[in-house]
Every structure is written in structure tokens, then in C-alpha cells.
Write a protein that binds this ligand. Structure first.
Ligand code: ES4
Ligand code: ZN
Length: 380
């Protein structure tokens, strides 16, 4: 007996679940009854796969620490810093999150981080995210931070990075979660401003694994920051940059990220699928792509789950991540489950997504293998 459309289903387990005798029964079942069994079975398998996803050891490679600022903490910090918020309640604040594209999201995102003033605020923000990530079995995370979004408000670079770092250290000690920091330049500010941020980072080089580029991509191509990224590379930083989804000149920007910047990773990069030669180059360089489905569902026309599946099928090192989970509701488990549900990924495809994340991480080879072993043991 075969039931079609159940990726990875195993007939023995299925029969056991349905409590059916193994032989001689199929012809006695009415078609409607069969459809009911099939539905029950699909629901059961889905539930099992969701559990598997929740328990899976995970790596997150694309999360903006400022994008993890949940409304509840925003209220607490506003009160602690004697700041007024234009909302009375958490619900009213959430209701005001009505963005539908990147610029409308970014406006709310930058406004929101106004409550981050003292070093302790950056600590509390980071620690809260790491506790949440840990609760979803994230064992490794690379965190983006946006120093220019704070220094332009009069908050010192030291305040920002000391608070984040102290939380990273405490979380590693208390929760066992390992993290590294990636400093992002704001691409809608000047290259000179990015260069200042780069120089400010140098005393903290030991705390920062790489640099990235985020904020509004429209009119701000990778080549605008060619000299900044060249210096960052010379200083020993690894390089990534946002190649946001469905932007003007998306594939041109991805080509620039490869050829003019020589990136070590691509954030998002879904539009690479429009150019076969570009896909092959990304595959050849073994570059990870950090796709963020729930985020994409808010700022583009879809979660791009089909595209994630196509990238997997092509052998691209695609990963699933949460981006700004306080604004695009969903942390790692929710993003993986949403993708799986949307395109019916098999268990082995889910494991491949996570293998890609550990392999594409910026950890030393030994640490990478140790974490990959944890994933393999779980999936065995
Ligand atoms: C961002 Cl979704 C997104 N895109 C570009 N820059 C960002 N910074 C924070 N979230
Ligand atoms: Zn992002």
C-alpha cells in the first residue's frame, strides 16, 4: 500500500499508526475513509517533523540584535530611561508595525532602537535574545549589530559593544550558547561614515568576526563601499552583505558582491536564482546564503519558500534565519517550520538546511566539526 505525497513516509510506521492489519485490508476501505486516514497521517507526520525541528541543534547566521527588541522590553527600557513612547500598550505598539516593504520596516526599526541608551540596555537586549534562541536549541549564533544607528544618536561605540559583549560572555557561560558578532554598515549612509565606524571597531577587532552591509539597498549598491570592505578585509574581517530580495538591480548587486567585494557570504540573495551563471559561481565558491522567510513574507510578495527549495535542489548552501524576529514574528523554529510547511520539505532537507548553516558559519574548523557532530547525532 502506498500513499502518495508524503515525503519521507515509511509504510511500516504508517500502518502501525493507522492500527491496520498489514495485509488484506486495502480493498475493504471506502475511498472517503481512506482520505480521512491520509489526512490524519499527514497531520501526524507534520507534527512529528515540527517536533524534530524544535529539538534540532541550530545555528542562526542572520539576526540583527536590534531587531530582537520585543515590545515588552521596549516599554521597560523606555521607562528606565525616562523616554516617552507614542503607544500606550504593547498591543498598540504591535498594531503600529504595519510595514509592507523594506523602507517602511526600517523606519519603525530605527525609531524602536531609540530606547537603547545605556550599556545595560544593550546587555539586556542581547541576553534576552540569547535566552530565547537557547530555548529553541540554537547552539551557535552570529549576531549583526548596527553601530552607526547608535553613534548617530550620541551613544558611544564602546557603550554599544561592551553591553553586547558582556551578554555574549554571560550567555556562553550560563546557557552554553556560542556567539560571534558581525558589524554592519548602514548602506544609506555615506562610505565616509562607514569608514569611521570601521576605524572605531579596530580596538575591538578580537570581538568582531566580520562586517556586513544592511539598511536600504535602493540606490546603494555594494560598490559604493568597495574601499571600506577592502580595508575591512585587510584588517582580517570576514565579509558579508545584504543582497535584499526583489530590489532594483538585484542580480547586478549580487555580482558586485562577488566580484568587487569578494564576499565570504551573501545575506538573502534569493534573486541569484534569476541568473544560472551567478548560481553556479555561488556554488563554486561554496558561499552560504542566509535567507529569512518570515521576514521576506513581510517585506516582499512571499516567504520565498519555493526559492529556498530550489536552492536546496541546486546544491546551493542556503540557510534559514530569523532576521528581525521581534518585528517579523518568528525565531529560528518558526522560520524553519514555516518553510517546511509551505513547501513540504523532507526531514533530510531540513537537516541539510541546518548542515549548511553550520558549514557556512564563521567558526574555526574544529569548532565547526564539533557542532556538526551534534547535529548529525541528533538526526541519526
Ligand atoms: C534589515 Cl530586513 C533588513 N534589511 C536590510 N537591513 C536591515 N536591518 C535590519 N533589518
Ligand atoms: Zn537582515
Amino acid at each position: 500500500m502506498k500513499v502518495s505525497g508524503l515525503a519521507g513516509a515509511n509504510d511500516g510506521a504508517m500502518l502501525e499508526f493507522l492500527k491496520l492489519p498489514i495485509t488484506g485490508i486495502v480493498s475493504d476501505i471506502e475511498p472517503e475513509e481512506m482520505a480521512g486516514f491520509k489526512e490524519q497521517l499527514e497531520a501526524k507526520l507534520m507534527e512529528e517533523l515540527n517536533h524534530f525541528i524544535e529539538g534540532m541543534p541550530k545555528a542562526e547566521l542572520h539576526v540583527h540584535v536590534e531587531g530582537t527588541l520585543e515590545p515588552e522590553l521596549k516599554f521597560q527600557l523606555a521607562q528606565r530611561n525616562n523616554l516617552d513612547l507614542p503607544y500606550e500598550t504593547v498591543d498598540a505598539m504591535r498594531a503600529a508595525y504595519d510595514f509592507d516593504d523594506l523602507p517602511s520596516f526600517l523606519k519603525i526599526y530605527y525609531e524602536g532602537m531609540g530606547v537603547l541608551v545605556e550599556e545595560q540596555d544593550f546587555y539586556d537586549l542581547t541576553y534576552a535574545y540569547l535566552e530565547k534562541a537557547h530555548s529553541q536549541n540554537v547552539i551557535y549564533a552570529e549576531l549583526f549589530f548596527d553601530p552607526q544607528a547608535h553613534t548617530t544618536r550620541g551613544i558611544s561605540y564602546d557603550t554599544v559593544i561592551n553591553g553586547i559583549r558582556r551578554a555574549q560572555d554571560d550567555a556562553e557561560e550560563k546557557l552554553g550558547i556560542k556567539t560571534q558578532l558581525i558589524m554592519c554598515f548602514l548602506r544609506d549612509m555615506s562610505a565616509e561614515s562607514a569608514m569611521i565606524a570601521l576605524k572605531q571597531s579596530l580596538p575591538y577587532k578580537g570581538w568582531i568576526v566580520g562586517v556586513g552591509l544592511d539598511s536600504d539597498e535602493r540606490g546603494n549598491p555594494p560598490i559604493k563601499f568597495k574601499a571600506v570592505f577592502a580595508l575591512a578585509k585587510a584588517e582580517g574581517y570576514l565579509l558579508t552583505m545584504h543582497c535584499d530580495v526583489d530590489q532594483e538591480n538585484s542580480t547586478t548587486h549580487i555580482w558586485q558582491a562577488l566580484n568587487d567585494i569578494n564576499v565570504d557570504r551573501i545575506d538573502h540573495g534569493v534573486n541569484s536564482l534569476e541568473d544560472e551563471v551567478l548560481c553556479n559561481e555561488i556554488i563554486k565558491r561554496k558561499l552560504a546564503l542566509t535567507v529569512c522567510p518570515i521576514s521576506n513574507g513581510y517585506v516582499t510578495d512571499s516567504m520565498k519558500a519555493q526559492e529556498i527549495k530550489r536552492m536546496l535542489d541546486k546544491g546551493m548552501r542556503v540557510t534559514v534565519n530569523s532576521d528581525d524576529p521581534a518585528y517579523f514574528p518568528g525565531y529560528m523554529s518558526e522560520n524553519l517550520i514555516a518553510t517546511q510547511t509551505s513547501v513540504g520539505l523532507s526531514k533530510s532537507e531540513v537537516v541539510q538546511l541546518m548542515t549548511n548553516a553550520f558549514e557556512g558559519s564563521w567558526l574555526p574548523a574544529k569548532e565547526k566539526s564539533a557542532l556538526l557532530e551534534k547535529l548529525e547525532a541528533y538526526a541519526a
